[in-house]
Design a binder for this molecule. Structure first.
Ligand code: HEM
Ligand code: NAG
Ligand code: NAG
Ligand code: NAG
Ligand code: NAG
Ligand code: NAG
Ligand code: NAG
Ligand code: NAG
Length: 325
């Protein structure tokens, strides 16, 4: 009996150690690279004011990274002659900020070579750049490891499209362990940033293939977009603020616009088509900004842990754009 008990206790200890290794933790680099997080935030604080729009593109990069093979920096890998990487997939065509991530990584490699993962760099830069531009903060436990596979067709199928309907959004989020509340809150990131016309011009010019407009889009807003922004159905260069008037401010107006049928994408508009998500939107609009920030932070922490690689899986890439050779 005693022996079995001991074995049980030893197993329990192994289990505890095992699961502790399998989790991310706050301050993962405290011993191995004590200055890491400060190096990241100092760089962000120093440079973001010259390029505040980077905050939007990098939080979006973090989302796209986490949705394909987990938050493992697979999004950063460049295509090769034998591999079409995630970057090559349509949803990534408008991502920017790769150079910014590379610069942060170079500083970290100079300080402690081979220690800090590119996946953690994305997660930290995303948080720090949103904070530096006046938005919400959230906890970023670290210890993610970098993946060695990046596959364009996986990005194509797992990242929601701006034309996605409610069911598709719910399914793609649920596949990553994210629920309807997370869907509504994380979509709230569309309170900042810009889109290009092709992401929504079908709603203006040819919704069902008969030259029509999306009836779910406010007609006055649609007319305005056609007159002043996406003047033709093939415009692929004009950019549009997703939350016009406050596209640099992380506020509640994205949700207010949804209720006015002025969400820019079908995927934004779709959030009002289900009673559960509509009710979350109403609660957010009626609540305080503080409340939105708190809830947004919880969902970001969840998203930042999707399918992460820890312990000895994956690698610590030396350069973020290619796997170690
Ligand atoms: C719910 C499903 C989502 C869909 C279908 C979607 C789709 C898109 C599309 C099509 C664009 C514009 C691309 C362009 O035309 O240039 C965009 C921009 C953006 N998305 Fe999303 N998104 C979703 C969720 C999210 C999430 C979860 C986040 C972050 C937490 C996010 C953050 C952003 C940001 C900040 C931008 C602006 C990027 C910039 O200014 O460069 N999106 N999104
Ligand atoms: C990797 O791709 C990025 C853009 O995605 C590009 O700017 C960079 O030059 C590429 N790096 C190399 C070394 O090819
Ligand atoms: C990429 O993923 C798709 C779909 O899962 C798969 O069919 C394809 O073989 C993968 N490509 C590579 C190069 O691994
Ligand atoms: C949602 O979109 C998917 C994929 O395009 C489609 O198969 C499905 O029928 C749509 N669902 C509804 C309710 O329109
Ligand atoms: C609308 O789409 C349909 C089907 O794709 C196409 O045949 C038609 O030419 C388009 N009309 C316009 C005005 O773009
Ligand atoms: C944008 O449209 C122009 C003209 O139609 C075309 O030459 C170009 O390749 C398009 N660019 C992208 C990124 O699709
Ligand atoms: C909203 O989505 C939830 C979850 O899928 C579902 O239970 C509910 O029936 C949907 N409500 C409506 C009105 O579609
Ligand atoms: C940043 C990046 O690599 N974007 C690529 C996205 O995919 C298109 C083609 O599918 C490329 O032309 C872009 O360079």
């Amino acid at each position: 009996m005693l022996n079995i008990g001991c074995v049980g206790i030893i197993l329990a200890i192994f289990c505890l150690v095992g699961s502790a290794q399998a989790d991310l933790k706050i301050g993962f680099y405290d011993q191995s690279c004590p200055k890491a997080e400060k190096i990241v935030s100092d760089f962000v604080n120093k440079h973001i004011h010259n390029a505040p729009s980077l905050a939007a593109t990098i939080i979006r990069m973090h989302f796209h990274d986490c949705f394909v093979r987990g938050c493992d920096a697979s999004i950063l890998i460049n295509s090769t002659s034998s591999n079409q990487a995630e970057k090559a997939a349509v949803p990534n065509q408008t991502l920017r900020g790769f150079g910014f991530i590379d610069s942060v990584k170079s500083l970290l490699e100079a300080e402690c070579p081979g220690v800090v993962s590119c996946a953690d760099v994305i997660a930290l830069v995303a948080r720090d750049s949103i904070v530096a531009t006046g938005g919400p903060s959230w906890k970023v436990p670290t210890g993610r490891r970098d993946g060695v596979i990046s596959n364009a067709s996986e990005a194509q199928s797992q990242i929601p499209a701006p034309t996605s309907n409610f069911t598709t959004l719910q399914t793609l989020f649920a596949n990553k362990g994210l629920d309807l509340k997370d869907l509504v809150l994380l979509s709230g990131a569309h309170t900042i940033g810009i889109a290009h016309c092709p992401s929504f011009s079908n709603r203006l010019y040819n919704f069902t293939g008969v030259g029509d407009q999306d009836p779910a889009l406010d007609s006055e807003y649609a007319a305005n977009l056609k007159a002043k922004k996406c003047k033709t159905s093939t415009d692929n260069t004009t950019i549009v603020e997703m939350d016009p008037g406050s596209f640099r401010t992380f506020d509640l107006s994205y949700y207010r616009l949804l209720l006015k049928r002025r969400g820019l994408f079908q995927s934004d508009s779709a959030l009002t088509t289900n009673s559960t998500t509509l009710s979350f939107i109403n609660q957010l609009v009626q609540g305080t900004l503080e409340n939105f920030y708190t809830e947004f932070a919880k969902s970001m922490e969840k998203m930042g842990q999707v399918d992460v690689k820890t312990g000895s899986s994956g690698e610590i890439r030396k350069q973020c754009w290619k796997v170690n050779s």
